[in-house]
Design a protein around this ligand. Structure first.
Ligand SMILES: C=C(O[C@H]1C=CC=C(C(=O)O)[C@@H]1O)C(=O)O
Length: 368
């Protein structure tokens, strides 16, 4: 039962033991993974089983919560937690000046021909008077189509988010990923009118993913570009599917970090971010999710099933999400991380406004 799972998660937190509790996009159940000790486990090559939590920096270790204990419960339809008021928080003027300057530098770098695209971000600290599990329940009630999670390790910290972006999904040998970029505010009843800037920005991401996967998969296909709603925002999205053979590590390494969170060409963009953002992104724009989860799926009897009985199929599935629209919780403070893709046609003031809109996605769940 839902209250029972939340109670167990609460006890895990009071005992300072690692856990993650999450709900997948458009699903009605929560899952919790509770670790029995407080060791820090890592994955070496993504062949292990567990819930991964990976930082943005590729050279930093990826944390793994083993599937020591797994709980699942249906979310009640009368979840009493509703979103709080959208407070358009006035950020400190100094933050704004720095971000405008950073974006202007990024645009200059693109005009000099050193970069095609770079994703530049910032962080902001706000008071968080609510308990983490309350904030998590508000996320669940507010963002049906996002991957919502609360993750904790006493030796690493506590993170919470509602991300719209899949890094990859595998089930046996089929692979799905997506190219997500371009942002517009969501207005009820109005379809977004995308401009050249957003269409080009998103196309760059799609082309990059297709090239990155080219020699690692077969039967690669892309969908039409579609508008996808993520809370108070719209994004452009292309779904990419392929067939792959047991080379998960190579695929993760090829995809992370995509130009939806880093830039193109990859290395100069990484360098530009490291030298200019002036803060550590930590797990923001990293990825998280289930790694090599064994699933038993019941299939109904069929004509080809000689004994005419229902039967079970065992599948191994991985489902990873990019850690966006997230925050780090420490005591009663929340550090919110937000960024945006900069291309040659970017305007620093608009980019600033975009980060304010993105921060509201997550800020609206902090206060009751
Ligand atoms: C980097 C972020 O968003 C990325 C994902 C979707 C759209 C984006 C954009 O329009 O810039 C970003 O690439 C963030 O939310 O912090």
């Amino acid at each position: 039962m839902f209250p029972e799972v939340l109670k167990r998660v609460g006890e895990q937190l009071s005992n300072a033991l690692p856990f993650v509790v999450y709900r997948k996009p458009n699903r009605k159940e929560i899952h919790a993974i509770l670790q029995k000790d407080d060791m820090v486990h890592h994955t070496s090559d993504f062949s292990e089983k567990g819930f991964v939590f990976a930082p943005f920096a590729k050279q930093s270790p990826v944390i793994l919560l083993p599937y020591d204990e797994q709980l699942t419960a249906e979310i009640p339809s009368d979840n009493p937690f509703v979103m709080g008021a959208v407070d358009t928080l006035e950020s400190v003027a100094q933050d704004k000046d720095y971000h405008l300057h950073l974006v202007a530098q990024g645009i200059q770098e693109i005009h000099k021909g050193r970069l095609d695209k770079v994703v530049l971000s910032r962080k902001m600290e706000v008071d968080c008077p609510s308990a983490p599990l309350e904030v998590f329940q508000r996320l669940l009630a507010t963002y049906d189509t996002a991957f919502c999670y609360l993750w904790y390790h006493p030796k690493v910290g506590m993170w919470l988010g509602a991300t719209p972006e899949i890094l990859l999904r595998t089930s046996n040998n089929s692979l799905t990923t997506m190219s997500l970029a371009g942002t517009k505010p969501f207005v009820e009843g109005v379809r977004p009118a995308w401009g050249k800037k957003e269409l080009e920005e998103q196309r760059l991401v799609t082309d990059y993913i297709l090239r990155a996967l080219e020699d690692k998969v077969s039967n690669i296909r892309e969908s039409e570009v579609e508008s996808s709603q993520a809370g108070n925002l719209w994004h452009l999205r292309t779904r990419i599917t392929a067939v792959y053979k047991n080379n998960l590590r190579a695929i993760i390494e090829a995809l992370h970090p995509t130009p939806a969170v880093c830039g193109m060409p990859l290395q100069p963009a990484q360098r530009f971010i490291a030298e200019n953002e002036q803060y550590d992104r930590e797990y923001y724009t990293g990825f998280l999710g289930e790694l090599n989860l064994r699933q038993e799926i019941s299939r109904a009897k069929s004509e080809r099933n000689q004994e005419n009985k229902s039967y079970k199929v065992i599948k191994t599935a991985t489902e990873l999400f990019v850690n966006l629209r997230c925050m780090k919780l420490t005591d009663s403070k929340a550090t919110v991380f937000i960024g945006g893709g900069i291309t040659r046609d970017s305007d620093p003031e608009k980019e600033w406004q975009e980060t304010v809109a993105k921060s509201n996605t997550i800020l609206r769940v902090i206060n009751p």
